[in-house]
Design a protein around this ligand. Structure first.
Ligand SMILES: Cc1cc2nc3c(=O)[nH]c(=O)nc-3n(C[C@H](O)[C@H](O)[C@H](O)COP(=O)(O)OP(=O)(O)OC[C@H]3O[C@@H](n4cnc5c(N)ncnc54)[C@H](O)[C@@H]3O)c2cc1C
Length: 597
């Protein structure tokens, strides 16, 4: 397993030289103190924690996994101690609201710290990571008493949270859920049912675990309109905030699974557990939409994390591993062979990983900034940011995790046979990366959300918000020296809109057309969005080179990676376009019975 080295130079490039971070936060209420210097100092501390504490536990955590017993779940050696350090150093509260003990730093900074921790050890990050959704739900919809009771401990990290949605027969379609909530005389609810796949449902890191659970009340309407939301603590909480008796929720078992083995994926039995209604009855799904965007950016981060880690390991290996000679003559004439980094095909894979990791970093930090504008911007700016987030979030979640998986697979290939062997760590990265395209909404579900709800559902308005921004960027950088990037962007901007209209027209006649186009449409969109961020990085790098500010090699490398992306990766859009416009017939005409032949 490669030991992780935080890419601080690249992180600072994106934050300070590509995105207008300093001006943005100087103008957002409450974030005035989040200056570049302060943010850099915090990021450097986060990098040390990730490199020195979390990274060394990544491979051992995978080997050891979690152990279930009647008493609970034991996480791998060192995990609980790392969590204690994380809490003692105040990391959980970094970007939480001050009212309940948060340090009130921008969400973007939280996302950067998650990148560092998650790249070093994704399984470990799942424990504090799941608290995020729980905190956001209570902040947005909890009663004043619920906030008072749960948020200070959750924000400080003394307690962790979960999201209990999935049941054995339903994941994507939560309308099928069966867990029951029976009203009790004291105003609480008795929650009964079994949830599966619950990340961090049980563990040995915190004093209490606070479950956010969806369940159905008696006589609730069928489907998604009958879902209510409850908070169910592992230990009941006394009025003075101290821990009371054990609640009727227990972990029945943990899953044996392909990757993220150090993250406990729990079957949770609720046997008349005491739960408390959050918000209004039957509004559960609507309430969860409020934090879904941030949760999805968090999961998108996993794609970036695995692309980055696979790239770091692959690069080191490609520089050292000797095999055959360069096609243009020896590059290591004193050695028995050349390092494999001389071979064009190895470079193709390395540059693919690099362009995915760095492009995704810019995309996700930008999205996190939009989240901060939604929270703290003036009304007009917040509305615009919200619209952009609506269309970009499913793209980021599905595209970045699919691309991260590709990058992780290249890691195995670059290591050759050694990539398949556990001790080198590349197969772990690929196994860990696999889940990201599944949970928090599969790629297929994100694609339906993009094409159905976001693009066609808004009559193209949300998409146009983004393409207009692409157009403004192209116009603002009309200089001939940027044309190799702005030219193609301009073409894609128009093609994306025309193609969306065509799919929309077909979908009016036959709804299956939207479903048939969806994943190719999403991947096409992902490549174009990443192209937009690569173009921004290329222009920023070119400007720095022209100014002669130094660090030229860094900027030249950025420019060359941008060229690679535009010439070798972005053209993948052409095949997605052909596939998505080929229509639904080639998928739907085969009768189900014929699939058997
Ligand atoms: C390791 C792990 C951790 C998890 N953590 C949590 C957690 O903390 N909390 C929690 O609640 N859940 C969690 N989950 C559950 C996860 O979110 C679900 O597995 C996921 O949402 C998919 O649901 P499903 O497994 O029921 O698949 P299904 O919904 O059965 O989907 C099966 C396939 O059908 C496709 N499909 C379904 N409907 C459509 C459609 N209308 N159009 C096109 N394609 C469709 C899907 O894309 C997928 O390919 C976790 C799962 C795992 C494996």
């Amino acid at each position: 397993m490669p030991s992780y080295k935080a890419p601080l130079r690249d992180i600072q490039f994106v934050i300070n030289e590509v995105l207008d971070t300093e001006n943005l936060y100087a103008g957002l209420k409450g974030y005035e103190e989040a200056t570049p210097d302060l943010m850099n100092a915090i990021i450097e501390e986060g990098a040390k924690f990730a490199e020195n504490v979390l990274s060394p536990l990544n491979q051992s955590g995978d080997e050891e996994g979690c152990v279930w017993s009647e008493e609970g779940v034991k996480t791998p050696e060192g995990f609980a101690d790392a969590y204690k350090q994380y809490v003692d150093n105040g990391w959980p509260s970094l970007s939480a609201e001050p009212e309940f003990g948060g340090q009130d730093m921008p969400n973007m900074l939280g996302i950067v710290i998650n990148e560092l921790a998650g790249t070093a050890n994704w399984s470990w990050l799942m424990y504090p990571g799941l608290s995020h959704g729980c905190i956001k739900t209570l902040e947005a919809h909890g009663s004043p008493e619920q906030k008072e009771q749960y948020l200070p401990k959750l924000v400080a990290g003394n307690w962790t949270g979960t999201m209990c949605l999935t049941e054995s027969h339903c994941g994507s379609d939560l309308g099928l859920l069966r867990t029951k909530a029976e009203p009790q005389a004291d105003g609480s609810y008795a929650i009964t049912g079994t949830k599966i796949f619950i990340s961090a449902g049980e563990h040995d890191m915190s004093d209490n675990i606070v479950h956010i659970v969806i369940a159905r009340m008696p006589d609730a309407p069928e489907g998604t309109k009958g879902i209510s939301l409850f908070v169910v603590p592992k230990f009941n909480v006394n009025e003075d905030g101290s821990l009371g008796d054990r609640n009727g929720v227990h972990c029945a078992s943990i899953e044996k699974k392909m990757g993220i083995k150090a993250s406990a994926t729990c079957v949770m039995n609720f046997d008349g557990a005491k739960g408390y209604l959050i918000g209004e009855p039957n509004r559960g799904l609507n309430m969860m939409f409020t934090f879904m965007n941030t949760a999805r950016i968090g999961t998108a981060m996993q794609g970036l994390a695995h692309a980055e880690l696979a790239y770091q390991g692959s690069l080191e290996y490609a520089r050292e591993r000797l095999a055959m000679r360069s096609l243009t003559g020896p590059k290591n004439p004193d050695g028995p062979a050349d390092p494999i980094i001389v071979h064009p095909d190895v470079r193709r894979m390395l540059l693919t990983q690099k362009s995915i990791a760095e492009g995704s970093r810019a995309m996700l930090y930008y999205l996190a900034q939009l989240g901060d504008i939604v929270d703290r911007g003036d009304e007009e700016a917040a509305k615009k940011a919200d619209d952009l987030m609506a269309v970009l979030t499913p793209i980021a979640k599905a595209f970045v995790t699919e691309a991260g998986l590709e990058a992780a697979n290249h890691g195995i290939q670059i290591y050759g046979g050694h990539g398949f062997i556990r001790e080198w760590g590349m197969e772990q990265i690929a196994r860990d990366a696999r889940i990201a395209t599944l949970y928090e909404g599969t790629t297929g579900i994100q694609a339906l959300d993009l094409i159905g709800r976001k693009v066609l559902g808004s009559g193209g308005k949300l998409l146009m918000g983004f393409t207009e921004m692409m157009g403004e960027f192209v116009d603002a950088n009309a200089d001939e020296s940027y044309a190799e990037f702005t030219g193609p962007l301009s073409t894609y901007k128009d093609e994306w809109l025309t193609m969306s209209l065509e799919v929309g027209g077909k979908a009016m006649e036959n709804p299956d057309e939207a479903g048939a186009a969806s994943v190719d449409y999403l991947m096409y969109s992902g490549y174009v969005v990443l192209g937009y961020f690569w173009a921004q990085m290329a222009v920023a790098a070119q400007k720095k080179i022209a100014e002669g500010e130094g660090d030229t090699a860094f900027y030249e490398a950025k420019l060359m990676t941008a060229r690679f992306y535009f010439e070798r990766i972005l053209p993948r859009t052409a095949s997605h376009k052909l596939a998505l416009l080929s229509g639904a017939d080639n998928l739907m005409e085969m009768p189900e019975a014929m699939f058997a032949f």
